[in-house]
Design a protein around this ligand. Sequence first.
Ligand SMILES: Cc1cc2nc3c(=O)[nH]c(=O)nc-3n(C[C@H](O)[C@H](O)[C@H](O)COP(=O)(O)OP(=O)(O)OC[C@H]3O[C@@H](n4cnc5c(N)ncnc54)[C@H](O)[C@@H]3O)c2cc1C
Length: 441
Amino acid sequence: MDEKFDCIIVGAGVAGLAAAMILARNNMKFLLIEKGEFAGSKNVSGGVLWGSDLARLVPEYWQEEDGGWERFINHRRLTFLDEQSAFSIDFKSSHFNETPYSGVVVLRSKFDRWLAEKVQNAIDESDFAMESFIATNIKVDEVLMENDKAVGIRTGEEEFSADSVIIAEGVNNLLTRQVGLQNDYVPADHILTGIKEVIRFDQKVLEDRFQLNGLSGMSNEFVGYATDGVEGGGFLYTNRDTISLGLVAGIKDMREKEKSPHDLLNNFKMHPVIKDILQDGEIVEYSAHAVSSGDKRVMPREVYKDGVLLCGEAANLLMNAGKAIQGMDYAMRSGILAAETIVEAKEQADYSSQTLKQYKQKLQGSYVMKDINSFQDAVHMLHNPTMYQDMPNLICDFGRKFFTIDNEPTKKSRNLLSESVKKHSSYWDLMKIGFKGAKSL
Ligand SMILES: Cc1cc2nc3c(=O)[nH]c(=O)nc-3n(C[C@H](O)[C@H](O)[C@H](O)COP(=O)(O)OP(=O)(O)OC[C@H]3O[C@@H](n4cnc5c(N)ncnc54)[C@H](O)[C@@H]3O)c2cc1C
């Protein structure tokens, strides 16, 4: 295969597959290379794919009985935990039952594989049905550069040439560093470890336990005791007959507090409220993966250069401002925008940074960079121990008193709140947090 491709995409995660779909639909000749045995085999997410971009890639995907997704989200919950209690903000709405859904739970080994099949169908219908490929089980070792412009890739002894390369390699962005777009050193406090178990239930038990109807599903994020004093949070998402339960925890903080991911997850599962939820469940899968903190300070210095575009978590596109982790939807949108830029570059027969910088403009104009820019203060706030320790303790302490009825005179809520504030924090700290929170959210 010594012919030149219009584009080579590295990585068949959400970003790479989204890019590939757009290239195939636009009759581009491309190669999508994935190091895993199949698309998704190495990928981990909680995970909810938020937003409706999936419907742009696979129109009416919800019509497929056994599509790549598990359940749509119509029930959301944010829970604060202390050692014994859980205080939740709970929101459920039939508004979320409408298609296109605004969030679907996915299991990546199934979802990415399914999406790769859809991309293959699009390739089969394109002008390059016999000349565009999805190649798995191949690791890209190097992006080939000539005069600081990408001209292809090398895998082992083999080289493939292309007019452009989309790097969609995910959070461990070695090629991004190799082409000089990211510093070699990324501080450990900007990377988290995600750990997750998939726990199976009898489907009826699962549906009753979480009040699911048909393919509706629930997402639950946890703050506080979930990570036992370590920066991060927990999550629970309902799949068809399993749940995904896990944590994301700061690597630096874990090391300093001498906690292991495994101990943290076990601790979370032993919480009395979580233990009740997990009754009669059987662990069928365990996985771990790095995940970005979403801090802009560790983003690559640029998302393009001559012949190269970066998308997804390779470009550190992620948001975790407390309400949800958004990585897959950012990966999908950035993959779409990167591929659209490559299509335009081909039309102009110019893959230089002069043309490719339009990708940056598209990204800046999209909700992805708008959100990353406007919620940076919230991302920084979550590094503050008050947010993942004192606040959840305070909230649960107040909740316990508020909901206790014990044949004693009932105190006014404001007095209860005052007691909890004094016990776990101070009005001064709360004012600071409140002020920052009002500014950042
Ligand atoms: C525990 C956990 C929970 C999460 N929960 C959520 C959630 O609920 N919602 C959400 O939106 N996001 C979530 N995320 C984040 C989300 O998973 C990522 O942001 C998203 O997967 C990024 O997509 P991507 O395509 O950029 O990278 P990836 O999905 O990581 O894909 C990169 C691909 O590139 C391949 N690759 C890498 N290097 C090479 C190479 N040299 N050669 C060939 N192939 C290569 C990899 O094998 C992989 O398939 C979570 C992450 C974790 C770890």
